[in-house]
Each structure stands twice: as C-alpha cells, then as structure tokens.
Ligand binder design. Structure first.
Ligand code: ZN
Ligand code: ZN
Length: 621
C-alpha cells in the first residue's frame, strides 16, 4: 500500500456513488446469492417498535409478533480481531484461511480506525459504535488526576476501570457495549482476548450475574457468584458441564441458582482477558486443561482461541463471540512490519482463524454465523524516536511523564501513546498552552495538533472526536507525529516519528498516518454478499450498529457508526448504496521564521465521519 493508494481510495469515494466507486461489474454479481436469512433484519429500517426483541437471540418470539415469526431463528456473530494487522498483508500466501474467507464474503478496502489509532481506543469504539469522545476512552494512556494524581494511567487496567466506574456511577465507558446489550436481551456472549483490552469489551459481568442491584463497580471484590454451574445451549436448553470444575461444585450446592441460570443464557456470559476472567471462578476450569496463561505471544493466542472453541463453545454457540488475538501487533512492535517474525505472527493469527472456522464447521454453524475479521488499527515503522520530555525541558518547559509530588501550576504532563502524545498543562494557563503549541508547530516532528480551545494553526479536539464533555478529562493539546510513505528496510511503506517509548527501526502506531488509520475488515456469512469488495469508507465504529442490526436489535443510544448496508446480501447496490464525500481541512500559522501548515482529510457517509489521514509541515522562509 502506498501513500497514493491511501489517498486515492478516499478521493474516489468522495464523488461517486457506490456503483461508480469501482465495483467491477463481475464483482457485483454474487457467486452464489445467500438465501434471505431467517431472523435477520439487516435490510429493514431500524427503530421500529418491535426491533428490540430477542427473535434473533435464539429465544421464542412473543406470540403477539404473529405466527409467521414463531419459528425459532438463529444467528451467531463471531468477531475475530487481529491486533495491528495491516490490510496490505492479507494475501493467499500470508493468510490462506483469511484469503479464502474473503472470497466467500466482503473485503472492505477503505476501512478506518478511530483516532488515536491505538488498541484500547479502537476496541472500545468497536463494541460501542461511538467515537472516543462519546464512549470516554480517548487514548490508551491518559492523565486523569481524579484517578491518579501523579501518573498517566493505562485506561484498561482493572484498578483504573474500577475507580473510573466508582467516580462516574458505572459510566467509565459512557454507553453500554454490544456484549452488554446482547445480554440484556437474553443472549449469551463470550469475550476472549489475549490482550488486556477484553476487560473494556464487557466489564459488567459480575454486576449482572450477582443478583445485586448494587455496587457501581463491576469489579467489586468479596462477592461470591451466586449463579453459575451450567452452560445453556444456544437453543435455550440447559446443559450440565461434564468437567470437574469450581462451577460444577458450586452448582451442586445451589439448586435455586441453577434454575435461574437455566432460563437465562445471558448469565453464562464470560469475559476472558489476558489470562484473567470475569467471573473469576471460570478461570480454574480452563487452566485445569489448558494450563496457565502462557508467557509467549503466540502461545497466548493459541490458549485464548482454545478457551473459546474448546470450552466456551463446548455446549453451544453464544449469540456473540469476540476473539482478540494479540498478533501481529506485539511482534511488529518488537521487530517491524514485514520482518520474518512479523510474517510468522500473521501466519499464526491465520491458523487461529482457521481453528475458529473449523470449530464452526464441526458444529455445522457456518450457515447461521456472520464472521467479522477485523484489525483495530494499522501499523508503521519508527523513523525517529522523539524524546519529547527532554526536548521540551531543554526549551524551557517543565515537562514530565510523572509527578513526584503534588503537581504544580505550569508543569506539563505528557501521556505518550506511541504515535501520538497528549499534553496536560497543570492550571491550563492560556499563554503557556500557546507557547507549547507554537513550539510544536515549529518543530520537525509534529504532524497534526488538536487543542481544547480553538487556536491558530490547530484543529480542535472535536475534529479529532476526542472532546469529552468533562473538561477535566480533556487534554489541553494532542499531537500526532509526522509521517511519510517511504519504505522500511523490508520494503513496507509507512514511516513515522514516535514517542520515547520505542527506538527507531521498531514498529508502532497511533498517528494520523494513513498506514495507521487504515485497517482490515473482512465480513462473511449468511447476511453478507459473496466474493465482493467494498470501497466505500467504513470504520470500526460501524461494527456495533451492523451487528445489532443483524440481531434485530435497536441500540438504546444513537451510534456514530452506520449499518454497512452496501455489503448486505440481497440488496441492490444501485439503490441501497450510500454515497460518500470527502474533504480536506487545513490550518496554518505564520511565524517570522516560516509557515506552519497542517491538514486533515475526512470521509463522510451519511452522518458518519471517518478520519482518513492528517499531517503537517513547517516551511522556513
Ligand atoms: Zn492494537
Ligand atoms: Zn500496538
């Protein structure tokens, strides 16, 4: 993928309708039209009063819905995330299982991460369908003095999540995730992630399962799970576990609970994240057979995949499964995109996908399962590692990555996110913020600057979709590092400057580079067209609304993402295809010594906005 490729796709999408964007005529023909899926409501308008029911959740449709809909309907959703997978690495040779799946479904060729193009931010966007500004997770590392006065925090670690929920009445993530929504509608969900991100995909399990109206914190300790002990089949019939396990032991002592669980599949839902589980009692059941969560990345992915297919799918498929593989992200960080180790990591992700597909085949479930294989973001190679703290301190600022004591007015906390940095100015002194911004504008490493308050030569946090309603949660300045489309030593285009955490030559992401912002999505299953490509702008925020629509559920809140109608089976793209437009915004500032210029390119489909790329440069006089 070259820079030209990055831009040309969006330019094409600007003006033309879906048909004109370049679906070759032969590609528009489905190889084999999928039958109208029973229970799917993808081609019906959302929001009708009967939309939010459980007909697609393997429950009986209420009799008032009419006899025609009394039949049992089935739909399963399986999302497999390949962390950090660039779309240009998908090939018959690199990813044979994914390649084959793409022939059976739709390849989205203009797919977008949300900014910053980082894991936790995009994981949360994937399951909420809203921008970071609306769900609350605006970066992987932020400074929240109400949570930790002295350090920037990792937003997904359990202690932070617990505190965040306590402070916000359970709204650390401001809207429910699709896992939570499916469970509220009575469906079972399984989140299995090799990385820590899983906690944010469904952190509320303990609350819902504990029969308690209470504590705001979903991670409250000391509660024993009251209801566990059998797994419910996806058709609603209870299955008793045959494995000796803590669950089984508990079930024997609590027959009252057993009755409850048998009638509510949602209560068998689970979150498995980086070798931990919610509820915690589940974990020994897995480690008894699979052993402890292993230390190596590849083994961790294998372990997590097996936990999903061999344990959580053992007695039937849940309505929603999300498997998050940590590769190729981790290996690309340690080496770079395109190394033999990174290619091997991609191959291993493909093998895990193949295992998932085989498990579905074994259950004869491919005909009822819609698969989404997606990456959270793209990837780049680090051209220069920028020690911003030193650079700023040398220039007379007081910049810190931690406060040893009470923060003092005028000090600046830097929250490094790899390809982007968030700046928090203690006391928010306007003159100091201006001086900081002007310094960044005249540097040789700045790409795009976003500011809390409008400022000459910057964009606002609103344009980055990072403007939280709580003023204290907003950084004063956000900077995406500069990037270019030159190639690394393995011939892979996309070089960026990045923060101090990794050295030149290694890999990272989180900038507004098109190589970070464009990621992979392939969808296949009964609700999707076969053997097609979609060049319309799409994004991670579109998965949640699309999945809910497949499940005939109307979200309780307005989502920023859109339903991917153009990829849906049995719709005529000439009539159903939405149109895209794109626009580039510029901001400049003149200095005595030269001119700062930054740009941001966005695509819009309906009311959904996708950030394509952004960059900047200082031109001396
Ligand atoms: Zn990631
Ligand atoms: Zn990463």
């Amino acid at each position: 993928m070259s820079r030209k490729y990055c831009t040309s796709l969006s330019i094409l999408a600007v003006v033309f309708s879906l048909r004109a964007v370049g679906f070759p005529a032969d590609r528009l023909k489905s190889e084999r039209p999928a039958p109208r899926p029973e229970g799917s409501r993808l081609d019906q308008p959302a929001g009708s009063p009967s939309s939010f029911h459980t007909c697609a959740l393997d429950e009986r449709v209420p009799s008032s819905e009419g006899a025609a809909r009394q039949r049992r309907v089935r739909r399963h959703i399986v999302v497999v995330v390949w962390d950090g997978m660039r779309p240009d690495f998908v090939s018959e040779q690199n990813t044979p299982a994914l390649w084959k799946l793409s022939r059976e479904g739709v390849t989205f060729r203009n797919h977008h991460a949300v900014y910053p193009s980082a894991t936790i931010v995009n994981g949360t966007a994937l399951v909420t369908g809203v921008y970071p500004s609306k769900n609350g997770i605006i970066a992987n590392h932020v400074y929240r003095p109400d949570i930790d006065l002295n350090h920037a925090i990792d937003v997904e670690i359990p202690a932070v999540v617990k505190k965040g929920d306590e402070l916000s009445g359970g709204k650390y993530i401001s809207v429910p995730t699709i896992a939570e929504l499916v469970q509220r509608a009575g469906g079972r969900t399984v989140i299995a992630t090799a990385k820590t991100v899983g906690l944010l995909l469904d952190r509320q399990i303990r609350n819902r399962s504990s029969d308690s109206n209470g504590p705001a914190s979903p991670l409250g300790e000391g509660e024993r799970m009251k209801v566990r002990g059998s797994i419910t089949r996806d058709n609603g019939e209870a299955q008793t576990l045959t494995l000796p396990s803590p669950l089984r032991r508990e079930r024997r002592t609590n027959s009252e609970s057993e009755t409850k669980i048998d009638s509510q599949g949602a209560k068998n839902s689970v979150t498995l994240f980086a070798g931990k589980s919610l509820p915690a009692e589940i974990l020994p059941w897995i480690t008894e057979t699979l052993g402890p969560f292993p230390p190596s990345h590849l083994q961790q992915n294998l372990w997590t995949t097996k936990a999903l297919t061999d344990f959580f799918w053992k007695d039937g498929l849940p309505v929603l499964s999300i498997l998050w593989l940590g590769e190729p992200d981790l290996t690309q960080h340690e080496s770079a995109p395109g190394t033999s180790a990174a290619l091997a990591a991609i191959k291993s992700a493909d093998e895990n996908l193949a295992a998932v597909l085989a498990a579905l085949d074994q259950r004869d479930a491919r005909g009822t399962t819609d698969m989404f294989v997606v990456s959270d973001h793209g990837f780049s190679t680090i051209e220069r590692s920028i020690d911003l703290r030193k650079i700023l301190n040398d220039a007379g600022f007081v910049a810190k990555t931690e406060f040893e004591s009470q923060p003092e007015s005028g000090e600046i906390m830097l929250a490094g996110n790899g390809g982007s940095v968030l700046f928090y100015v203690v006391g928010h002194d306007e003159k100091l913020i201006h001086r900081l911004v002007e310094f960044l504008q005249q540097s040789d490493f700045t790409g795009v600057i976003f500011t809390k308050e409008p400022m000459e030569g910057t964009f606002t946090l609103e344009q980055a979709k990072m403007d939280r309603p709580e003023p204290d949660h907003r950084p004063d300045v956000v900077m995406s590092f500069r990037w270019n489309d030159s190639k690394n030593q393995f011939g892979i285009p996309g070089m960026i400057d990045a923060d101090w955490q990794r050295g030149a030559g290694k890999g990272t992401h989180a900038t507004l580079s098109c190589f970070d912002m464009h990621n992979m999505l392939i969808a296949a299953g009964p609700d999707f067209r076969r053997g097609q490509t979609d060049d319309l702008a799409t994004g991670n925020i579109d998965l949640a609304p699309t999945i809910l629509r497949i499940l005939a559920m109307t979200p309780p809140h307005q989502m920023n993402g859109r339903v991917l109608f153009e990829a849906v089976a049995n719709l005529n793209p000439a009539t159903a295809g939405p149109k895209a437009e794109s626009k580039t915004t510029e901001a400049t500032k003149d200095f005595r010594s030269g001119t700062w210029r930054q740009s941001l390119k966005i695509s819009r489909v309906g009311s959904t906005i996708y950030l394509d790329e952004g960059n900047g440069t200082f031109t001396p006089k």
